[in-house]
Write a protein that binds this ligand. Structure first.
Ligand SMILES: *Cc1c(COP(=O)(O)O)cnc(C)c1O
Length: 293
């Protein structure tokens, strides 16, 4: 089973961020697909292969109502012949999110679980009794997710530092596992004070002596929280470079990298590669007109 559309990925200079002798490029994983984009393709690929090997016809996975992972799973399943089930954290709302609306259109069966049941992975018996399913962990976190993220394609010889946004840390682990030995990877956590993430990333490292570098300063109040300063920056970035970002992950990554460049955090002459991990569909939950793209 092949994840298609890798040919659409480009590496582009981001002159808007180039200051203080730092060179900046972006890897446009967001170009893989307008809705289901970015790192999720890569994190899912080996789970789907294993499910196929085990002859499971249905994929079951977990996530929140705005989860890019849920949507990517729905899409990948629709395109590879799996049925899909999304277990969503929290009681069913009156009106379901854009993300879940699209997932449902793609054929995903959605079940809402109370936070307590979700935490304990207590599935409704109608699922357990009627489906032969393969479970993909929440957010695709796990060895296989990291192995998939390690196949994110870019020229390993060109960059000193790879920067990415971090949710579960699966992508970060994969990027560390596949980097050039002399290169470093720096993750930007989008959750507030989520310091346990270091250990979660370490669990997925092949070389346990690798240090995990994580920045916790650009979460803007927490997961999916934002401030006018962030939105303004995302609009400026788009105006200057035609790079759209999302307010949950990549906007915070670009903002953080820009701040660190201004603070002379990186050594002069450093060649940065920012991973644009997609997620643009998340912007649909912002009020219309907030972003200029
Ligand atoms: C899910 C996601 C991430 C985080 O990936 P993890 O492997 O969970 O750390 C980053 N960026 C975007 C756009 C995402 O959708």
């Amino acid at each position: 089973m092949k994840i298609n559309n890798e040919g659409l990925i480009t590496t582009e200079p981001v002159s808007f961020l180039e200051k203080n002798g730092i060179s900046v490029h972006v890897l446009r994983l967001d170009k893989i697909h307008p809705v289901v984009s970015g790192n999720k393709w890569f994190k899912l690929r080996f789970y789907l292969e294993e499910a196929a090997l085990q002859n499971k016809g249905t994929i079951l996975t977990y996530g929140g109502a705005y989860s890019n992972h849920i949507l990517a799973t729905a899409f990948a399943c629709a395109n590879t012949g799996f049925k899909s089930i999304g277990i969503i954290r929290g009681e069913a709302p009156k009106e379901i999110s854009h993300t879940l609306q699209i997932a449902t259109k793609l054929g995903m069966e959605i079940f809402f679980l109370s936070r307590e049941a979700y935490k304990n992975r207590l599935l409704p018996s109608e699922i357990i009794n009627t489906h032969q399913y393969y479970t993909i962990p929440e957010g695709g976190y796990g060895q296989m997710g990291a192995a998939g993220a390690a196949t994110i394609p870019y020229n390993k010889d060109l960059f000193d530092k790879i920067c990415c946004a971090v949710g579960t840390g699966t992508m970060l682990s994969g990027l560390i596992n596949s980097k050039h030995p002399d290169a470093k990877v720096l993750g930007f956590s989008v959750l507030k004070n989520n310091f346990s993430i270091e250990a979660e990333v370490e669990k997925l490292l092949i070389n346990k002596t690798e240090k995990v570098a994580l920045n916790h300063d650009f979460h803007f109040g927490g997961y999916a929280k934002h401030k006018p300063e962030l939105i303004r920056f995302m609009n400026q970035l788009y105006e200057a470079s035609a790079i759209p970002t999302d307010f949950v992950y990549t906007g915070k990554l670009f903002f953080g990298v820009n701040k660190l460049i201004e603070q002379n955090y990186f050594a002069e002459g450093c060649k940065l590669l920012l991973i644009h991990s997609g997620g643009l569909q998340g912007n649909l939950s912002l009020r219309k007109g907030t972003l200029i793209f």
